[in-house]
Design a protein around this ligand. Structure first.
Ligand SMILES: NC(=O)c1ccc[n+]([C@@H]2O[C@H](COP(=O)([O-])OP(=O)(O)OC[C@H]3O[C@@H](n4cnc5c(N)ncnc54)[C@H](O)[C@@H]3O)[C@@H](O)[C@H]2O)c1
Ligand SMILES: [Zn+2]
Length: 359
């Protein structure tokens, strides 16, 4: 990773993976993005909400814009086929570029379309949700849901570049905005004490969406994810630390039919559970857990399940989670705040105990 400033307003983070690219972070980048993409054959893919708010910006990028209905249900095979139809109809070839402008749903499906159309065409991400800025637009994972299975079809496909303009966050619904802070706090807990403390100090400004502070937080988060991805591009080992809190979160999302919790909210609860397991095997103190819980709660994120759950059914779902190898539970645990480890062989009764607490 290398960083530098261009024109003092745009932060440049170079990502050194198999196909190197740059992530630009700034506060008002619409003209900059248009300039950077000028002269390329651009096919914009976006969703209905983003189109509604940013139509002028999108039309300025290209005459070829594909808009699908917003929401996770659109991350489907049928939307993918419609994107192929659009690309064929508009004469796209492999020298053309897809520009995905939107949240993680747009990024994942636009990325997969670009990776598979004519065996791979150009791809730019313009993330507009906080989750997409700090997480899904970085690291090259693309994909769609199929047969009710999340991200079951997909590829690793690095973009040409990523443009992050925090100004987009002004129109993001509050629940979406807050929920993404779970992933930001995750970086703090697993690897970045400085970020964790910065969040503690700046929570009020962040809740008010102060763009200067947001830019700093997005930049720090991007750098953390880049650091992990550079070390393990295809998730063969260390990249798994990014799944901190996620085994529990996926089970919680699944058992509540993806209706009660946004992903970040489930991750928030999941991180507390993972910390409790860490505490039971002596890796983290009760004080550190309280400190993390306080930060999550100050953002308005949930820290316990809050509903009756069938503990054994819950464990069964956790065991099925694809991230568990050889059916022995692999957990990302923390040593205090700022350091994480991948632990195998966590005992089932310990997990049952932690699932059962607080409800
Ligand atoms: N590829 C990866 O590495 C990766 C990582 C994490 C999550 N994901 C995927 O990301 C998806 C979730 O992403 P998400 O939380 O961004 O969801 P999303 O794309 O559905 O966006 C959330 C909502 O906000 C709206 N929106 C987005 N930007 C907006 C803006 N600037 N103003 C107003 N509304 C806006 C969207 O239309 C949508 O209604 C999931 O499908 C998940 O699997 C992928
Ligand atoms: Zn996540």
């Amino acid at each position: 990773m290398q960083e530098s400033d261009t024109k003092q307003v745009v932060k440049k983070i170079d990502v050194r993976v198999s196909k190197p690219y740059t992530i630009f972070v700034g506060e008002s980048l619409k003209d900059f993005i248009a300039e950077q993409l000028n002269g390329k054959r651009i096919y914009v893919v976006t969703d209905s909400n983003v189109y509604k708010f940013y139509r002028k910006f999108l039309e300025n990028l290209s005459d070829n814009i594909y808009v699908f209905g917003s929401g996770e249900e659109s991350k489907s095979y049928s939307t993918l086929l419609k994107i192929y139809d659009f690309l064929i109809e508009k004469g796209a070839d492999r020298y053309s570029c897809v520009v995905g402008v939107g949240g993680g749903v747009v990024g994942d499906i636009a990325g997969y379309a670009a990776s598979s159309y004519m065996r791979g065409m150009g791809l730019y991400h313009v993330p507009t949700s906080l989750l997409a800025m700090v997480d899904s637009s970085i690291g090259g994972k693309t994909g769609i849901n199929y047969h009710g299975l999340k991200n079951i079809v997909g590829s690793f496909y690095q973009p040409n570049d990523v443009f992050i303009d925090v100004n987009f966050l002004k129109t993001l619904p509050n629940r979406e905005y807050i929920s993404a802070f779970a992933e930001v706090i995750k970086y703090g807990i697993i690897m970045d004490m400085e970020l964790f403390e910065f969040l503690e100090r700046n929570i009020d400004a962040l809740k008010k969406r102060d763009l200067k502070v947001l830019k700093i937080v997005v930049e720090k988060s991007v750098k953390d994810k880049v650091k992990v991805v550079e070390g393990d591009e295809k998730e063969r080992g260390q990249r798994a630390i990014l799944n901190f809190g996620h085994t529990f979160a996926h089970a919680l999302e699944s058992i509540t039919n993806y209706e009660k919790y946004l992903h970040g909210e489930a991750v928030s609860v999941g991180m507390v559970k993972a910390m409790k397991i860490s505490e039971k095997i002596g890796l983290i103190s009760g004080d550190d857990i309280e400190r993390a819980k306080t930060l999550l709660e100050r953002f308005g994120l949930p820290v316990d399940v809050g509903i009756e759950i069938d503990v054994s059914k819950f464990l069964e779902i956790m065991l099925r989670d694809k991230k568990n190898k050889n059916s022995s539970l692999r957990f990302i645990l923390t040593k205090g705040i700022g350091i994480s480890i991948i632990a195998g062989g966590v005992k089932e009764n310990l997990i049952l105990e932690v699932i059962g607490e607080d409800n």
